[in-house]
Design a protein around this ligand. Structure first.
Ligand code: ADP
Ligand code: ADP
Ligand code: MG
Length: 447
């Protein structure tokens, strides 16, 4: 087993990883920026090393300082969490070269999947259904015109290196193509330092359904069912659940097997997620693979009883998967809400500040993943997600009622939050009926 893990992240995911390590008897090293000296992850780890000033570029993205911290503390491995360096192939490669185990897939796979356009090509060759669109990336505007005409409007222009809902634009008609083309190229350059773009057919009224996979380094792989992340704002997930109301046993098996094909084609090891769109005729299409732990992984843990982070640590230690596909039997229904320090009335503007009073919900089937506490000051420089509430119920109805009860109980004062916004979604008739698609929040005027 790994002996000492350096957690190259902050916030709730860093805390989540430290807890998993502790339960497995693995020592932990936190790294923190000058803004995070009082952060929970800094306090909970066995050791903590300051890696630079507040801006991410100087600390949580500072590869040199993070690798130095690992050497200094004799960590034998690094868990990257999500965001930050988690999908940085160069970082994973440097870890390997420094004899530090990167807890995730090999840098070659990260590199391959990090370019969403190349990933699609690989999936197509592995017979995984993909969204139709350009074969690879677009060379110039003229090619974009030809492909858009061939695919047929509406289309989406997407940054090959994109992530976090950025670098995606819907184009409904030809007249809009040139402007959109230029805007996405510019955004891709600025956000991802890579202006490669590709085109996809816009799937109308889709559901976002993703499959969690676990693969060991000996060629074994299982899927842990699906997560429905259809409730989105600006292509970013707001509420996630498992199972999905649009997936039955037959579709689950088909999508699960496609995900396993994807994993095998990519020679993937560790935890990963294959994201699909499902159309109204229940056809599904590969969209991208996330080669890391995801924000919404707890809903899968709640229904399967499998601790995905611990499995990541076991896989990285070289262990074989301890279960086969027939052992995976999801039970009940789980929902996750992302609690953000932001103000929905002011266009979801981030709301950093000091938390004066904090009362999280509890009770049967309620889990809180967070890194905040009373008196903690949320720094303005990082992501606004401060907690996740995850519930587990016998069925969807119970899970919805439990989440509403939990949100009701939640008291966070000193900063604005999106709690009322989340409650409105759970209270919405069409959400309750399972009658919605990715445009739900907009269509229902919830934001
Ligand atoms: P998930 O797929 O796990 O739901 P998200 O898309 O919400 O993940 O991203 C998880 C975190 O990583 C968020 O904080 C998001 O802002 C960040 N993130 C994701 N992709 C990128 C990227 N390519 N560049 C920078 N940050 C990213
Ligand atoms: P990211 O890397 O930012 O997570 P994705 O490619 O996963 O980007 O897309 C994010 C979201 O954008 C999807 O969950 C979906 O709601 C929407 N989207 C992306 N591609 C399409 C498409 N071809 N048709 C319809 N919606 C799409
Ligand atoms: Mg995605």
């Amino acid at each position: 087993m790994l002996n000492k893990v350096l957690v190259a992240n902050r916030g709730e995911i860093a805390v989540r990883i430290i807890r998993a390590c502790r339960e497995l008897g693995i020592k932990t090293v936190a790294v923190y920026s000058e803004a995070d000296k009082d952060a929970l992850h800094t306090r909970l780890a066995d050791e903590a090393v300051c890696i630079g000033p507040a801006p991410s570029k100087k600390s949580y993205l500072n590869i040199k300082n993070i690798l130095e911290a690992a050497c200094l503390t004799h960590a034998d491995s690094i868990h990257p969490g999500f965001g930050f360096l988690s999908e940085n192939a160069d970082f994973a490669k440097m870890c390997e070269e420094s004899n530090i185990k990167f807890i995730g897939p090999s840098y070659k796979v990260i590199d391959l999947m990090g370019n969403k356009s190349n990933a699609k090509a690989l999936m197509k060759s592995a017979k995984v259904p993909v969204v139709t669109g350009s074969e690879g990336s677009i060379k110039g505007y003229k090619e974009a015109c030809e492909i858009a005409d061939k695919v047929g409007y509406p289309i989406m222009i997407k940054a090959a290196a994109g992530g976090g809902g950025k670098g995606i634009r819907l184009v409904t008609k030809k007249e809009e193509l040139e402007d959109s083309y230029n805007i996405v190229k510019q955004e891709a350059k600025v956000s991802f330092n890579d202006d490669e773009i590709y085109i996809e057919k816009f799937i109308e009224n889709p559901r976002h359904v993703e499959i969690q996979v676990l693969a060991d380094e000996h060629g074994n792989a299982v899927y842990l069912g699906e997560r429905d992340c259809t409730v989105q704002r600006r292509n970013q997930k707001v509420i996630e659940e498992s199972p999905s109301t649009v997936v039955d046993d037959k579709l689950r098996k088909k999508m699960g097997e496609a995900a396993i094909n994807a994993v095998k084609a990519a020679k993937y090891a560790n935890a990963g997620t294959i994201e699909f769109l499902v159309d109204k005729n229940k056809n599904f299409y590969f969209m991208e693979m996330n080669t890391r732990i995801q924000v919404e992984h707890p809903v899968t843990e709640m229904v399967t009883g499998i601790d995905i982070v611990k499995e990541q640590l076991r896989i990285a230690s070289g262990e074989k998967l301890r279960f086969s596909q027939s052992d995976i039997k999801p039970k009940g229904h789980s929902i996750e809400c992302r609690i953000n320090a932001e103000c929905p009335e002011k266009g979801f503007m981030p709301s950093p500040g000091t938390i004066k009073e904090l009362l999280f919900p509890g009770g049967n089937g309620v889990r809180i993943d967070t890194s905040v506490y009373t008196g903690y000051t949320i720094p303005p420089v990082y992501d606004s997600m401060i907690a996740k509430i995850i519930v587990h119920g016998e069925n969807r109805e119970e899970a919805i009622n439990k989440m509403k009860r939990a949100l009701d109980e939640c008291v966070i004062s000193g900063v604005d939050t999106n709690i009322d916004f989340l409650y409105k979604i759970l209270d919405n008739e069409n959400f309750v009926k399972g009658n919605y698609d990715t445009s739900f929040i907009k269509k229902e005027n919830l934001a």
